[in-house]
Design a binder for this molecule. Structure first.
Ligand SMILES: *[C@@H]1O[C@H](CO)[C@@H](O)[C@H](O)[C@H]1NC(C)=O
Ligand SMILES: *[C@@H]1O[C@H](CO)[C@@H](O)[C@H](O)[C@H]1NC(C)=O
Ligand SMILES: *[C@@H]1O[C@H](CO)[C@@H](O)[C@H](O)[C@H]1NC(C)=O
Ligand SMILES: *[C@@H]1O[C@H](CO)[C@@H](O)[C@H](O)[C@H]1NC(C)=O
Length: 409
């Protein structure tokens, strides 16, 4: 017992100066667990002299705005870095590139606005777990991250946490450069839709967490996209599902899919009378849908009736034109008679009139034989002008009323 106490005492005595020499100011170093901890020390930069034996670096709750290639040097044995809640806004190129054994990186709770495309690239892509929960400042940061993924460096990633980032939209194919990804956390965002290609290239996915988003339903393309994730457990609970007719395809899919879904947590949020009801198993009547077969039939009937109406109108129009064409002679006679009658009436007065006509019409009349063929069409346009426009004479000489030539079509 006594010997043990002396040993512990001696150990502390021997260890303390070693730690004081080797451990960065404001941090605690643990030789046995090979860990350095710098927690809530208002550090402005990552401490420089982190001992080389360290495997785990924990720097949290500080005020480090920027990290870059100088932040972590000569730390080849580090496997885990926890940098949560440091108000980091910028991650420069090759920040972690000397950490060839880094497996686990936690950047959660930061305000990343700028991520360099090569910020996360490490030779050999050793990184397996990346936590970016509550850390993307805005959509620009997401596109930066997407670019960083495309540039490589995360090919070995197994787990990715992007929860709590206010994401409303995922760039199509953004995960396709993570072929080994097994767990993807997208909970607590504002996602409203999944599109074709959103989850493309993730053939090894085992878990997809989409809880606490803004999904009201899933459309057909989204369901096909989810169906492709054959081996994954897909968590869809705690979304504001609206159980109206629009959710019909989602219900049908839930009814029959073999995908592993947390069906018991997928419940209606609205309308009021269905709140809390399981979405799976809802009947068409419950969600207020007209049967799709009936709807299709109605649709078809409506279309058919429009086509029929069009045909009838076209036919009537053609018959009318044909009748006009057959009666062209009679019509011509009738018009001349009308004109003469009009003239007679005018001559009944004691004034003299001169019926003038448009020179263009005169020209047409010269070419009467050709125009006559278009009689039916031209008639309606010409008739009013020719019969009714009357001008007072401007000439002092008394003129004979000349018959208007224009109707001689
Ligand atoms: C990393 O670990 C190896 C083996 O444990 C050791 O030989 C090497 O010195 C360590 N590197 C540093 C920088 O301490
Ligand atoms: C990521 O970090 C957050 C906050 O520190 C934590 O709650 C969450 O569990 C972490 N994600 C994973 C997958 O471990
Ligand atoms: C995101 O934030 C950065 C830094 O404040 C800004 O430059 C950028 O324009 C923002 N992007 C969007 C989409 O708001
Ligand atoms: C879903 O299945 C239930 C029975 O399990 C059935 O009553 C309901 O009509 C189905 N809903 C749809 C939209 O297919």
């Amino acid at each position: 017992m006594c010997i043990f106490v002396i040993r512990v005492f001696l150990g502390i005595l021997l260890c303390t100066p070693y730690q004081c020499l080797e451990c960065p100011f404001g941090c605690e170093c643990f030789v046995v667990t090979r860990t350095v901890k710098c927690v809530s020390k208002d550090l402005l930069t990552v401490p420089e002299n982190i001992p080389g034996y360290v495997r785990t670096v924990i720097i949290t709750g500080n005020n480090i705005q920027q990290i870059g290639p100088d932040s972590f040097t000569e730390l080849e044995n580090v496997t885990n870095i926890i940098l949560s809640n440091n108000r980091i806004s910028e991650m420069a190129s090759h920040t972690f590139s000397t950490l060839i054994n880094l497996r686990f990186l936690d950047l959660s709770g930061n305000q990343l606005a700028l991520i360099h495309p090569e910020a996360l690239s490490i030779p050999g892509s050793p990184l397996q777990e990346l936590n970016l929960s509550h850390s993307l400042y805005n959509y620009t940061a997401l596109t930066d991250l997407t670019t960083a993924m495309r540039w490589g460096g995360l090919g070995g990633l197994l787990h990715l946490d992007l929860s709590g980032n206010h994401l409303t939209l995922l760039p199509p194919g953004m995960f396709s450069y993570l072929p080994n990804l097994q767990r993807l956390f997208l909970a607590h965002n504002s996602l409203v839709a999944v599109y074709t290609g959103t989850f493309s290239g993730m053939n090894r996915l085992e878990l997809l967490d989409l809880t606490h988003n803004a999904f009201r339903s899933f459309r057909d393309d989204a369901l096909q996209e989810l169906e492709k994730l054959e081996n994954a457990r897909i968590i869809l609970g705690n979304n504001p599902y609206t159980c109206s007719c629009e959710i019909h395809n989602f219900v049908t899919w839930l009814n029959k899919t073999k995908a592993q879904i947390d069906v018991d947590a997928v419940k209606c949020t609205s309308p009021g009378e269905l709140t809390g009801t399981h979405v799976r198993g809802l009947s068409i009547q419950a969600i207020g849908c007209v049967s799709p077969v009936l709807a299709d039939v109605t649709d078809l009937t409506l279309q058919t009736s429009y086509v029929f109406l069009g045909l009838v109108l076209g036919f009537v129009g053609m018959v009318f034109l044909f009748v006009l064409y057959l009666n062209r002679k009679g019509m011509k006679k009738w018009i001349i008679e009308m004109r003469d009658a009009c003239r007679d009436v005018l001559e009944g007065y004691h004034y003299r009139y001169e019926m003038d006509s448009d020179p263009r019409l005169g020209h047409i009349s010269a070419d009467g034989s050709r125009a006559q063929r278009h009689f039916g069409v031209a008639l309606s346009q010409q008739l009013p002008n020719d019969t009714c426009i009357v001008q007072l004479p401007t000439d002092k000489h008394v003129k004979q009323v000349t018959p208007s030539p224009s109707v001689n079509l």
